[in-house]
Design a protein around this ligand. Structure first.
Ligand code: SAM
Ligand code: SF4
Length: 457
């Protein structure tokens, strides 16, 4: 199990930046959409210089477009609780943060938060929490999922919480969670030990093996990602790629998503500055190298990053972004059940505060297609099933069609500001379809106009 870290270390060993002709070779191999061996990924991560970065990013956009088409998936996080029994030195939720205002949402509050997000247009929501036996245990999470699914029109809940046993993963899966996400933070064991001094999370190997347990328990889709800034990014990014390869070899499915979180200041955190700062330039390189190395994975950039960089990331291979996020439990809307909500502590500071309509408009203005789609989870396209469709090259058309249908719903139901540009984008991509599919998507579009919802391929 631990061997994939050895693979990453070996590949990084004495990897050098590629010469221009070697770079061309690697990038042309990346064009066949089969991913890259670790040795190639390591050399791309070592690449320096503006020309090399431009070439890597251009190829990453080409690959992203070949796999997913023009769509960019938008989602929102929903923080349930900031109670935590761990002490990660960088996090505002950590146990020894005496100034933290703690809060765990009640079922009614969680439903209210989910309703706020759904009304804004988010039908896929990522649930998050600190690690606490009472306020983020499996029973609590299942209860929240039951309440949200039965009392709102949210279509899929993904979950990013502490590692659990195979048995508990089975229970989470049965409760209807879609993707299980967990960041390794750093794959460098010694640094991990220092940064996670106490609590369950201090067990490096238990965390490193979490995705093996999730997949064994039947979660078809898992999301991984190191927290950039904690250790040398060359190693951590390569180890994440090696992690995905390990999962694909063992379970037949690569990581469904690779997130690219970067350390941010957090109120009450013990470390304020990243021990290994990652520049914006290197951040973009990591995004592009993930895309080229694991082409079928969603590459996710959160609102931790500033607006301009997030837009640049869409031009180097990112395929999913969050929007209008809050990392504070109860952070959406102004009140809870009519009672003014107590403030709770946020997990870390955010940079890009643009709400969903503005983000969707920016994406359309960039010539891309904003998507609020939940189709894969509704159609059982998960795990190896998903990977087969993605590798066959058919996901591109499916994603575009589903993005258009979800965008149509959004425009009709929310009537967001700036919708003219989104409508223009919708018409343009619709007209680009050919033959039978075009006719069929138009038919489905008419059904959405007549009030049918959740129509997808
Ligand atoms: N508490 C669970 C855990 O740690 O696995 C669930 C995920 S936690 C709510 C979400 C993620 O936020 C963490 O895995 C970590 O990578 C990230 N995070 C924590 N503090 C951060 C900070 N100061 N800046 C950026 N990301 C941070
Ligand atoms: Fe707790 Fe997660 Fe924050 Fe660590 S990162 S202190 S486990 S919420």
């Amino acid at each position: 199990m631990k061997d994939f870290l050895r693979d990453a270390e070996d590949a990084l060993g004495d990897a050098k930046a590629p010469s221009p002709s070697e770079l061309d070779d690697i990038l042309s191999r990346a064009g066949d959409l089969k991913g890259l061996p670790l040795s190639d990924a390591a050399r791309l991560l070592m690449a320096e210089g503006e020309d090399a970065l431009t070439a890597i990013c251009e190829k990453a956009v080409e690959v992203k477009s070949a796999v997913f088409g023009p769509r960019v998936v938008l989602f929102a996080p929903l923080y349930l609780s900031n109670y935590c029994s761990n002490d990660c030195l960088y996090c505002g939720f950590r146990k020894s943060n005496a100034i933290a205002r703690r809060k765990a949402l009640s079922p009614d509050e969680a439903v209210e938060q989910a309703k706020i997000l759904s009304k804004l247009g988010f039908k896929r929501i990522l649930i998050l929490a600190g690690e606490h036996p009472r306020y983020s245990g499996v029973d609590y999470l299942i209860k929240m999922a039951e309440e949200i699914y039965s009392r709102t029109d949210v279509r899929i809940l993904h979950v990013e919480t502490a590692p659990v046993s195979v048995e508990d993963f089975r229970r989470l899966k049965s409760a209807g969670f879609g993707v299980y996400v967990c960041f390794q933070e750093t794959y460098h064991r010694e640094s991990y030990k220092v940064l996670h001094p106490t609590g369950k999370k201090s067990d490096f190997l238990y965390r490193l093996s979490v995705m093996d347990r999730a997949l064994e328990a039947g979660f078809g889709d898992v999301g991984i990602g190191p927290l950039l800034g904690l250790y040398d990014y060359h190693y951590d990014a390569l180890a994440a790629i090696a992690h995905s390869k390990h999962l694909e070899a063992k379970f037949g499915a690569c990581a469904h998503t690779i997130s690219v979180p970067r350390l941010k200041p957090a109120e009450g955190a013990q470390i304020k500055d990243a021990p290994y700062p990652v520049s914006d330039r290197d951040f973009r390189k990591v995004v592009a190298v993930y895309r080229l190395s694991v082409p079928q994975a969603g590459v996710v950039v959160s609102t931790r990053e500033p607006a301009k960089l997030r837009e640049e990331c869409l031009l180097c291979g990112a395929s999913q972004i969050s929007a209008g996020s809050s990392t504070e439990p109860g952070g959406y809307g102004r009140s809870t059940g009519g009672i003014p909500r107590e403030k709770s502590t946020s997990q870390f500071d955010l940079s890009d505060m643009r709400p969903l309509p503005e983000m969707a408009k920016v994406i359309a203005e960039m010539g891309l297609l904003p998507s609020l789609c939940t189709a894969c989870y509704r159609s059982g396209r998960q795990g190896n099933n998903y990977l087969h469709v993605a590798q066959s090259g058919n996901l591109n058309e499916l994603c575009t069609a589903n993005a258009l249908l979800s965008l149509k719903e959004y425009l009709l139901d929310v009537r967001p500001e700036g919708r003219e540009i989104m409508e223009a984008s919708l018409s343009r991509f619709l007209e680009e379809f050919k033959g039978k599919l075009k006719k069929d998507v138009k038919k489905k579009m008419k059904a959405v106009e007549k009030g049918e919802r959740d129509i997808h391929y």
